[in-house]
Ligand binder design. Structure first.
Ligand SMILES: NC(=O)CC[C@H](N)C(=O)O
Length: 326
């Protein structure tokens, strides 16, 4: 008997959750809003009609619909996992001296640092993510990259690879990120080997995943760091609260407040068009749809998550959860 459910298995194992995501997929399939990211030339080539929704529960059940096997580069969603690795490498106190945990209310690529401390505001915006990645330990560039790839393998359950075209495309055009790295170097927030830190950051952003993989990663965070499919501990459980807290307050950039208000669960988006959301102790959710809104969040992804949260009662502060609900 299988506990894996997908569209093809609908007659064998119908489920209310599958019906909900099938309906949302049909509802938003024809929506034509947003534009795909084009500031990294290779990303502009993606098909805007690709659309998938995957859910993986902490007991390993899988529900998915649409193009969930389609590979794409993980982009900013990687920041969540790099932050976990930096915390494991250095501990909370040291990482806090290099990267803050305050939401910015600014765009993900804003060139700003905290006035007082000179730290980047948080690990979910580009400046903070570059500083975070620069903390990842290793004897040289190859060892650091291998540690990042090995970390993704634990979360996903299979080997991952870097899309070299996207990596080189971003490396040769990512001057804005390079400017941030120089600014942080100026304030001693990042070590002098900034080209190596930027390369690793661009490589982690160019790791290829599909929507199913993202949902497994989200479910791993929901499951105290244990991959619910393989049973492997992907990250030390003591850092789950740090990771989910910054996702909750900063993961959706300058939409983070509205997201927390309406959807109410920790999440992270990327310019690839992916959104990864975590319902602690319950499930991981992933949506992939490349057209983005003005803030760089997937248009369909936001709508699907808003509706899913409402229909399934996922908001962390839903009254019913305190036993006082209507
Ligand atoms: N928001 C994102 O997904 C941005 C990631 C992209 N690699 C960048 O650094 O600009």
């Amino acid at each position: 008997m299988t506990n894996k459910v997908n569209q093809g298995d609908l007659e064998i194992l119908p489920s209310p959750l599958l019906t909900v995501i099938n309906d949302l997929h049909s509802k938003y399939k024809s929506l034509k809003e947003g534009i795909v990211a084009n500031y990294i030339p290779e990303l502009a080539k993606v098909d805007p009609d690709l659309f998938s929704i995957s859910i993986v529960t902490v007991d390993g059940q899988v529900y998915q619909v649409g193009d969930y096997q389609q590979l794409f580069t993980i982009q900013s969603i990687s920041k969540v996992f790099a932050y976990g690795l930096a915390l494991e490498d250095h501990g909370r106190d040291y990482v806090l001296t290099r990267v803050g945990v305050e939401p910015t209310g600014d765009a993900f690529n804003a060139i700003i640092l905290d006035e007082q401390s000179k730290r980047p505001y948080n690990p979910m915006v580009n400046a903070g993510a570059i500083a975070t990645t620069s903390l990842i330990k290793g004897a040289g560039a190859t060892e650091r990259l291998n540690r990042v790839l090995e970390m993704f393998r634990r979360y996903i359950g299979h080997d991952v690879f870097v899309d070299i075209s996207v990596f080189t495309s971003e490396r040769s055009t990512g001057h804005r990120n390079r400017a941030m790295a120089h600014l942080m170097l100026n304030f001693g927030m990042i070590d002098k080997n900034i080209e190596e830190a930027l390369d690793l950051y661009f490589q982690q952003c160019a790791v290829m995943v599909n929507c199913h993989d993202l949902a497994v990663m989200a479910a791993t965070l929901a499951n105290r760091g244990v991959n619910p499919i393989t049973g492997e501990q992907a990250v030390n459980s003591r850092y789950i609260k740090d990771i989910l807290s910054v996702m909750y307050t900063c993961g959706m950039y300058n939409f983070a407040g509205e997201w927390a208000y309406k959807v109410g669960i920790p999440a992270k988006s990327g310019v690839c068009g992916g959104i990864l959301a975590v319902v602690p102790n319950k499930m991981g959710i992933a949506v992939f749809s490349p057209p983005l809104d003005i803030r760089g969040n997937s248009v369909r992804g936001v709508k699907v998550c808003e509706e899913l949260s409402g229909q399934l009662g996922l908001h962390l502060f839903e009254c019913g959860k305190f036993g006082t609900g209507e």
